[in-house]
Write a protein that binds this ligand. Structure first.
Ligand code: GLN
Length: 452
C-alpha cells in the first residue's frame, strides 16, 4: 500500500531519490520468513520506513543528494541501517535531502527540491526534507533523518510531524556520510510521539564502530512516550526565542502550548539564555570547518564521479574538475568558509573562538538545567516558506535554524512536536522541547503530553 501511495503522490512531492519495488518486497518477504520461522522481532517488525539517503545501504544507492556520489553503491550498511533491518523494518526507499545535509529547505539537492505536502509551493524543511515530506504525505509511517543543526526538528515542525534529535552519541554515525562529525546525529520522524519513540529505541544505543558513541543504556523513551505526564515538571521558556522576528501565528500556538503545560500541572518559568544568540554564528564556523575536512575524501579516485580523466591530466587536475562539477554551490560555499576559518593565521580568531562560544553555550544549558527539567521554544521562527524565497539569501536561510542549533552545539536532546496551525497561512507549527544529555526520555514525556 505504501509503495502504491509513493507511486501516486511522488510526481508532486519528490520525497524519494530511489525506490525499488522489488528490493523492498524482497525485504518484506524476508521479514515474513523470519517471523514464520519463530524469530521474535520487536514491535516494528514489518513496518515500512523511508530512509534518508545519507545512510549507507548495501541494496540501494547512496548519494547524499550529490552529483559526486551519483550511482555509488556502498559495500556496507550503516549501523542505523543494520539495526532497522535487524528490527524487521522494511526500507521503502532513500529520501531526498539538501546535498550532504547542508541546508534548511531541501532546495540544495542535486536532484530537485522536495515539496511540502501541506502546500506544494512551500519547502518541507531541510536538510531531511524528503524524510519529513514522505511521512507527512502518508508515503511512509516512519522515516530516518540526521540533525546537525536542526535538520530533523525543523523539517518536522514545518510538515506537522514529530522529529527527534537524540543526545549526540546516542545514535551511531557509522555509515552516515559525514558533514560535521562533532554535531551529526541520526534520529527518527513519525506522525505521533509513541511511533517516534519506538523507532528511536530500535536504532539507538552504543556502537563500538563510532568513536563518539555513548556507552550507556538508551533512555527509556517508549515508556516516557506512553506516560506523557508533566505534573510537577519544571519547564523553562527560553526568553530569547520569541517576540520580534517570530511569526505571530507561531508565537500564538507556542503560547497556547505553554498554557496547556501549565494546566497539566507543569511549573513554567522564563529562563534567559543570552549566549544562545551567538549559537548561529558559532555553528556557521564550526560546521563548515568540519565539512571542509570531511569532504576532502571526495577526491575523484575512490567514489562516484570522475571528470576529465582522459590520460592527459594529472590526478590533481582530475580532482579539481571533478569537485567543480560534482559539488553544488552551497557545498562549495561551506568548503571555502571552513577552509578559510581553519587556515593558519585565522584559526584562533574564527574556529578557536567559535569553540569557546560553544563551551559557553553548553555551560548556559547546564545552569538552566539546574533550575528546570526541560527548556521549550518554538522549533522555528516561521512556518514553511515559499520554495525559492530564501534560495539566494544564505543568511535568511540560516535563520530557520535559530532555535535548534544551541542543542546541537551542546550535544543535548531535543524534539519537535506539532502544536497546531498558524492562523495566517494554516501551516503547521512545532514546539521544541530540549533536555540535558541522556535526558531524551524527558523530551518524549513532554511531547506526549502536548500531543494529547
Ligand atoms: N540547516 C543547517 C545547515 O545548513 C543544519 C543542517 C543539518 O542539520 N544537517 O547546516
Amino acid at each position: 500500500a505504501h509503495l502504491d501511495r509513493i507511486a501516486e503522490v511522488e510526481p508532486k512531492i519528490n520525497a524519494f531519490l530511489h525506490v525499488d519495488r522489488e528490493v523492498t518486497l524482497g525485504q518484506a518477504r524476508a521479514v515474513d520468513e523470519r517471523l514464520r520461522s519463530g524469530e521474535r522481532l520487536g514491535p516494528l517488525a514489518g513496518v515500512p520506513i523511508a530512509h534518508k539517503d545519507i545512510f549507507t545501504t548495501r541494496d540501494m544507492p547512496t548519494t547524499a543528494a550529490s552529483r559526486i556520489l551519483e550511482g555509488w553503491r556502498p559495500p556496507y550498511d550503516a549501523t542505523v541501517t543494520r539495526r532497522l533491518r535487524e528490527a524487521g523494518l522494511v526500507i521503502l526507499g532513500k529520501t531526498n535531502l539538501d546535498e550532504f545535509a547542508m541546508g534548511s529547505s531541501t532546495e540544495n539537492s542535486a536532484y530537485g527540491p522536495t515539496r511540502n505536502p501541506w502546500d506544494l509551493d512551500k519547502i518541507p524543511g531541510g536538510s531531511s526534507g524528503g524524510s519529513s515530506a514522505a511521512v507527512a504525505a502518508y508515503q511512509a509511517p516512519l522515516s530516518t533523518g540526521t540533525d546537525t543543526g536542526g535538520s530533523i526538528r525543523q523539517p518536522a515542525a514545518v510538515t506537522g510531524i514529530v522529529g527527534m534529535k537524540p543526545t549526540y552519541g546516542g545514535s551511531s554515525r557509522y555509515g552516515l556520510i559525514a558533514f560535521a562529525s562533532s554535531l551529526d546525529t541520526p534520529g527518527p520522524f513519525a506522525r505521533n510521539v509513541l511511533d517516534a519513540a519506538l523507532l528511536h529505541e530500535a536504532f539507538s544505543g552504543h556502537d563500538p564502530l563510532d568513536s563518539t558513541s555513548i556507552d550507556a543504556p538508551v533512555p527509556s523513551v517508549v515508556e516516557a512516550a506512553r506516560q506523557g505526564d508533566v505534573a510537577g515538571l519544571r519547564v523553562g521558556v527560553v526568553k530569547e526565542f520569541g517576540g520580534e522576528g517570530f511569526q505571530p501565528g507561531v508565537q500564538a500556538r507556542f503560547n497556547e502550548a505553554v498554557a496547556l503545560l501549565e494546566s497539566l500541572g507543569a511549573k513554567v518559568v522564563e529562563i534567559s539564555c543570552p549566549s544562545f544568540a551567538t549559537a548561529l554564528p558559532a555553528y556557521y564556523l564550526i560546521a563548515p570547518s568540519e565539512c571542509s575536512s570531511n569532504l576532502a575524501r571526495f577526491d575523484a579516485m575512490r567514489y562516484g564521479l570522475r571528470v576529465g580523466d582522459d590520460g592527459t591530466r594529472s590526478a590533481e587536475e582530475v580532482m579539481a574538475l571533478t569537485r567543480a562539477a560534482g559539488f553544488g554551490p552551497e557545498v562549495k560555499r561551506r568548503i571555502m568558509l571552513g577552509t578559510y576559518a581553519l587556515s593558519s593565521g585565522y584559526y584562533d580568531a574564527y574556529y578557536g573562538q567559535a569553540q569557546k562560544v560553544r563551551t559557553v553555550i553548553a555551560r548556559e544549558f547546564e545552569a538552566a538545567y539546574h533550575q528546570v527539567d526541560v527548556l521549550i521554544s518554538p522549533t522555528t521562527p516561521t512556518t514553511a516558506f515559499p520554495i525559492g524565497e530564501r534560495a539566494d539569501d544564505p543568511m535568511a536561510m540560516y535563520l530557520a535554524d535559530l532555535c535548534t542549533i544551541p542543542s546541537n552545539l551542546a550535544g543535548n536532546a531535543a524534539i519537535s512536536v506539532p502544536c497546531g496551525l498558524a492562523d495566517e497561512d494554516g501551516l503547521p507549527v512545532g514546539l521544541q522541547i530540549m533536555a540535558p544529555v541522556l535526558g531524551d526520555d524527558r523530551c518524549y514525556r513532554v511531547a506526549a503530553a502536548v500531543e494529547k
